[in-house]
Design a protein around this ligand. Structure first.
Ligand SMILES: C[S@@+](CC[C@H](N)C(=O)[O-])C[C@H]1O[C@@H](n2cnc3c(N)ncnc32)[C@H](O)[C@@H]1O
Length: 306
């Protein structure tokens, strides 16, 4: 096992949480894929994409979406978690794209060189789990073929799912959860092996990786009240995850409020309350490799494509 991955998080245990979230975000992710296809079309490349990497693929929901959006391509789910990769493989089979989806166990940043060349590299909510985010982007950029596209999902907006005053605890709970999460996130980053403090200007970081930034766009995800059971279950898992990761940073009143909201039997918990909704924003930062770059071309010739 490498010294580089995030030992604090049991990713396999987050399978259901990650999968529900990706499914809930599917319309926004589809819109993002449309936009990416448009960017590739500027070079007449969208229909000739033949290898796509989904780096930090989790349970493979986005991998399968990318396989549908790039029907001529092999799509590789890349992750450090074996259970998540196994799930990605079976999900691809179930969704009828198993013949074009491969899985690759890789630990970033150690295995960046083993990714092989690709026309599209997508990485959602994963680069921030690598100590040196710039080095991670440099490695992902190095996997791009000429005129290839890198898309990185980072930042965006924290989800909103409850009104300001919910009749449980002190009003404004979600804003305080966001603040506690930001602190936990900073601690998580600081504790990563090889952690490097970085101004998170993603387009500038992509340019520093040798790419030409092609824009950042944000896609809205909205599920209105009353929520269906799937979104309610996601919110329950989300609140349980909040308690596990930064519950000890909340005051007693806020912790009790979150416990009540996550309680499957509480009538005012998120599984039952009529006012719960889900609003989030997914930000995608894109950049492309130059169509011809002699240095890159040489590296490309030497790189094996899996
Ligand atoms: C927050 S999840 C994102 C999953 C998916 N991309 C999505 O947006 O729904 C982060 C994923 O990155 C993987 N991951 C975290 N650190 C990693 C590392 N150092 N190398 C490879 N994969 C890593 C985890 O196993 C997990 O599947």
């Amino acid at each position: 096992m490498s010294a580089h991955h995030d030992h604090d998080i049991d990713w396999g245990a987050m399978l259901a949480h990650l999968e529900l979230k990706a499914e809930m975000h599917a319309p926004a992710l589809d819109a993002a894929a449309d936009w990416m296809r448009g960017l590739l079309d500027a070079d007449g490349r969208a229909d000739s994409v033949d290898r796509v990497l989904d780096v930090g693929s989790g349970p493979g929901a986005i991998t399968c979406l990318l396989a549908r959006r790039f029907p001529g391509a092999r799509v590789v789910a890349v992750d450090q978690s074996e259970p998540l990769l196994e799930h990605a493989r079976s999900r691809a089979e179930e969704q009828g794209v198993g013949d074009r989806v491969d899985v690759l166990r890789a630990d970033l940043p150690d295995d960046l060189d083993a990714l092989g060349a690709a026309d599209v590299v997508w990485s959602s909510q994963t680069v921030h789990h690598v100590g040196d985010q710039q080095a991670a982007l440099d490695g992902l950029a190095a996997a791009l073929r000429p005129a290839g596209l890198l898309a990185v999902v980072e930042g965006g907006l924290p989800a909103r799912y409850l009104p300001r005053d919910i009749g449980v605890g002190r009003p404004g709970l979600q804003a305080r959860l966001d603040a506690a999460w930001e602190d936990r996130f900073s601690t998580m980053r600081a504790e990563l092996p090889g952690s490097v403090a970085q101004v998170e200007d993603w387009p500038a970081m992509l340019a520093r990786a040798g790419l030409v930034p092609t824009g950042s766009r944000t896609f809205l995800v909205e599920h209105t009240a009353p929520l269906d059971a799937r979104v309610r279950e996601f919110l329950r898992l989300h609140l349980e995850h909040a308690l596990d990761t930064f519950g000890d940073a909340l005051d007693a009143g806020d912790r009790a409020a979150v416990e009540r909201l996550a309680d499957p039997d509480a009538p005012d918990g998120v599984l039952w309350r009529p006012d719960a909704f889900y609003l989030a924003a997914v930000t995608v930062h894109t950049a492309r490799m130059c169509a011809s770059d002699p240095g890159r071309g040489e590296a490309e010739a030497q790189r094996t494509t899996a």
